[in-house]
Design a protein around this ligand. Sequence first.
Ligand code: ZN
Length: 345
Amino acid sequence: MSISCITPPYILTRLLDSDNVDIRQSALSTLLTTAQLRGERNVRGLIAGALATPADGRRSIFDCDHSTFLPLARLVRSEDDATVPDASVNQAFDGFGTTRTFYREVFQRNSIDDRGMRLLGYVHRGIQYNNAFWDGQQMVFGDGDGQVFTDFTGSTDVIAHELTHGVTEHTANLEYHFQSGALNESMSDVFGSMAKQWKLGQTADQADWLIGPEIFTPHIDADALRSMKAPGTAFDNKLFGKDPQPDHMDRFANLPDTDEGDNGGVHINSGIPNKAFYLVAVGIGGKSWDAPGHIWYESLKASTPTTQFQDFAETTFRKADQLYGAREQQAVKEAWAEVGIRVSG
Ligand SMILES: [Zn+2]
């Protein structure tokens, strides 16, 4: 089990070079606390374990009140409670609800583990914390520093992205480094974007295919964290540089399995399978969560912790034919070819 953060280390590291001392300070404390979390996880696991009984994905939102010690957080909204004055609480609650209903109605999946796992959310974690993450038991949200990042509860696809890390953990359990880790990240982007499109009722060609367009403040020149339609184009600014995602195997990034190397480029090379899914969705046409989503979901369930890009592509090719037919299978084959992966079939 790993900590899966929405803000990739390459953005936070670049912010350490900012001229603005407050931006540098928030980026530094976010990087440090993310490293410390790995040590804290056992304590939180004990507390959450007691709450993790099957419950049809009932939601509980806690307010950390800017502390980083989750066991002290106050329960502020449960499943049957009305809205509360704190917008972050309601946004986290609603994002959980959208994701839970999306998985139930589209894939007949009962919460993250398909056994009704409770959905626990912690808002207002720490001070100016520039991240949101899923740690295997719960989702935790920072408020952002207010200069670069805003409140992370405001993005449906970020919430669905993080909860999908839980779905992946309970299915293929893709190892979080190198190609299997990039597939893990890609699954979260694919189902995260799909959940948003489902909520908005958009077809594949109407959707923005952006991940986290809401999390930057208006003065930041960035469309989003990532673009599935055009990986490598989500941002290009002085503050944190250019989006490093490739959209083809020719530009695959070979990086070390370290924090600085983004665990072998898990948030970077995910651009390749992300683009493949986008191409399948527009190639087949209509709603991404119909045939394309089901082909991906069944392929995720048929994958293993060490599945590589090529393996996953072959699985989607087989599933397209088993679940649908020749037209869908051809769209899958063409999409992977366009990102440099030839399926042999
Ligand atoms: Zn992620």
